[in-house]
Design a binder for this molecule. Structure first.
Ligand code: SF4
Length: 706
């Protein structure tokens, strides 16, 4: 028996894991006491990791047109068909849809191949469903997609505001850390702002069960409340920001009395004012937000309404202070680092970043290629599948995700995939809904086999280590992508023998001609040049990592200089908007969706551990007893939700933690596990206009008893 360190593949907390190995088996896991994300803790999902392993149900051989083939045949087929599509229909007919489950090295080579060498801008990721609004808001306000805080800030805060986040279920180790910190510091207060009473309320000093979608109104109200009572940090605002007057003017376009805001948010005015008072009375405030804020057709505005309040109070760049978005996936951050969003080019550079296109062209030596690097952004997730419906994108490579379940209008996604002339799927499991639509299936390695890096929600890069050989003929994603690149004629640029070489190139690009790194915060050039042994031994570290900050950077913007051209942050005028999915007589119930404590994504891994299935064994619909009575359904009865694009069958769970007129369903179940409980089929595809993130928290449905 021996032990090896690695990182949990589930949520954005990014906990360090110590795996116990006996031969070619992991027989136990425990929390890594030296990893700064979790200091030895694991949640129930993480602690069951070893129970989800094994070769049963794994995809082990490549398939082309339904026939098992060897790798040479499969790789050649991918290269030939991608090349044929591009030469017949242009580079824009080729696209990739990636995943926050991929490692940074996988992401890097995929982005380089599709944008740099195939010349298509259409590469996006399921991280679009997770944190795209938070990214867009940080950029608008702070000048860069740069999360200012560290997990330690949660422990050092005097007030922690959880908004749109059930931390207790979705980021359990972070919740445990917060709970311990609150016990140690009796003066610390926690406020939970969420339409549902969740387990996170256990530590709440104040709970605000607001009307879904009214978050921006609530934070706009906080801004004007602070202004009216002399609680703005005028010195900080004067020195480090722009835009206060415009943001205040926008917030005052509606009645900004506490009573009016409380009425709009469906809150008790006294409780709302208590929150305003607490927020404005403390300097050390962290507002932690997640999908409840991001997954909205006005998600970017909601994030900016929060950031505005932090800037207005000077509550940023300090220990225990800042607006802190937490990602859902293990490597949503790593994907952003390499440019793995359709609006990014590479290394946190956007298409409009001055000199970026030229710099990346020279770094990748793609000057002589036709077509050259794309000139502008590509299709974001939902738009990508719409472009397939229109017959524009004709070849799609999907890696490590299942859009047939998770995207809104999931039934139309399936129809789009059916009509797409070429669908390539890289996947670990042999039986997923998506494989029904694949022309070429590529068996990929999984957690415990893959070797590379991930970045968690506090910008900390950690190693996921390859501890076991992949089953059968499964291969690592970076290997598959580079082998295809070689067969497309780009061998020299994709001549990697190990993920350490990819990481080195990624680190060098982050610092390439990046002398003024204050304008481009993502710089890990201090990690360039690691050989395999040094890469293998890499300890968790927070970016930026540069010659000036060789041990990483815990907190950003401490000097009050932001990544905008003039170094000042911007307060953004926010005009609150209602959800786009309107309630009607036909669909009168507001639908909320989310994760449950013990499952992950579409359950391909977590459903393998029986004890994880014990928590919630089947799809369900949470509803108040009063609504259930009115609709003629009882506890534990089967019922059907009817949404814009499909139905959802689940068992009714009565709860007093749900608001009247609203229902909640989990996001995890697919046809493979349930028959008919795909949350994505209930939702319309309304997007935030800035971030492209779908409005997954505000569906409109009807409920029928069965
Ligand atoms: Fe894994 Fe997240 Fe649980 Fe940590 S909190 S063990 S990263 S699922």
């Amino acid at each position: 028996m021996h032990q090896a360190r690695t990182t949990c593949p589930y949520c954005g907390v990014g906990c360090g894991v110590v795996a116990e190995l006996a031969g070619e088996r992991i027989v136990g896991v425990s929390g890594d006491s030296e990893h700064p994300a979790n200091y030895g803790r694991l949640c129930v999902k993480g602690s069951a990791l070893h129970e989800t392993l094994g070769h049963r149900g794994r995809l082990t051989r490549p398939r082309v047109d339904g026939v098992e083939v060897d790798w040479e045949t499969a790789l050649s087929a991918v290269a030939q068909r991608l090349a044929a599509t591009r030469s017949e229909h242009g580079a824009d007919a080729v696209a990739a849809y990636l995943s926050g489950q991929l490692l940074t090295e996988d992401y890097y080579v995929a982005n380089k191949l599709f944008k740099g060498f195939l010349g298509t801008p259409h590469l996006d990721t399921n991280s679009r469903l997770c944190m795209a609004s938070a990214v867009a808001a940080y950029k608008r306000s702070l000048g860069a997609d740069a999360v200012p805080c560290s997990y330690e800030d949660l422990e050092e805060a005097e007030l922690v505001v959880l908004v749109g986040s059930n931390l207790a279920w979705n980021h359990p180790v972070l919740y445990q850390r917060l709970k311990v910190a609150k016990t140690r510091n009796p003066l610390m207060r926690v406020v939970v702002i969420d339409p549902r009473v969740t387990d996170s309320c256990e530590i709440a000093d104040l709970y605000l069960g607001l009307r879904p979608g009214s978050d921006a109104r609530l934070f706009n109200g906080l801004l004007t409340w602070m202004a009216d009572r002399g609680r703005l940090d005028r010195v900080y605002l004067e020195k480090h920001t722009h835009g206060l007057e415009e943001a205040l003017a926008a917030a005052r376009e509606e009645d900004d009395s506490v009573e009016a805001i409380a009425a709009d948010c469906d809150l008790d005015p006294e409780r709302l004012e208590t929150f305003y008072y607490w927020f404005s009375s403390q300097l050390h405030v962290v507002t932690l937000y997640s999908q409840g804020i991001n997954q909205s057709s006005s998600g970017t505005d909601k994030c900016n309404a929060i950031i505005n309040c932090h800037l207005a109070g000077g509550k940023l760049g300090l220990p225990g202070a800042g607006p802190f978005s937490i990602t859902g996936q293990p490597n949503a951050m790593g994907g952003r680092e390499v440019g793995g969003l359709a609006n990014q080019l590479a290394a946190h550079m956007d298409y409009h970043t001055p000199g970026a296109r030229d710099r990346v062209t020279r770094f990748w030596a793609t000057e002589s290629l036709v077509p050259t690097l794309p000139e502008g952004p590509g299709h974001k997730a939902v738009e990508l599948f719409e472009s397939i419906e229109r017959g524009e994108v004709r070849a799609l490579w999907i890696m490590a995700t299942n859009p047939a379940v998770s995207l809104p209008r999931a039934n139309r996604v399936r129809e789009a995939l059916e009509t797409c002339p070429l669908v390539i799927v890289s996947e670990c499991m042999a039986d997923t809904d998506l494989l029904d639509y694949a022309d070429i299936v590529l068996p990929a390695s999984s957690w415990s086999e893959k070797n590379g890096t991930v970045t968690n929600s506090e910008r900390r890069i950690s190693r996921q280590r390859g501890l076991l050989p992949p089953p059968g003929e499964a291969k690592h994603d970076w290997w598959i992508i580079t082998q295809v690149a070689r067969r497309l004629g780009y061998g020299e640029a994709f001549d990697y023998a190990h993920p350490a070489e990819i990481f080195d190139e990624h680190a060098r690009l982050s610092g390439f001609e990046n002398a003024d790194s204050s304008k481009r915060l993502f710089d890990i050039s201090g990690l360039a040049g690691l050989d395999r042994a040094a890469f293998d031994a890499l300890l968790p570290i927070q970016w930026p990592v540069t010659a000036a900050a060789p041990r990483g950077t815990a907190r950003l913007f401490e000097d009050g200089r932001f990544a905008t051209p003039d170094g000042r942050a911007r307060l953004i005028p926010v005009r609150p908007r209602e959800p786009e999915q309107a309630l009607s007589e036909a669909r009168p119930l507001r639908l909320n969706t989310g994760r449950i404590r013990d499952q992950w994504h579409t359950m391909t891994r977590t459903a393998r551990a029986p004890r994880l299935m014990n928590h919630r064994a089947e799809p369900f619909i949470e509803i108040t007893p009063e609504d259930a009575l009115a609709l003629g359904v009882g506890d534990q009865q089967l019922a059907r939700l009817r949404g814009a694009g499909g139905d959802y069958l689940g068992r009714v769970r009565l709860t007093k933690g749900q608001r009247r007129g609203e229902v909640f369903v989990p996001m995890h179940w697919s046809d493979r596990f349930s028959g008919s409980a795909r949350m994505g089929s209930l939702l319309e595809a309304h997007l935030d206009p800035l971030s492209g993130q779908p409005e997954s928290k505000h569906g409109a449905v009807a409920l029928e008893s069965l």
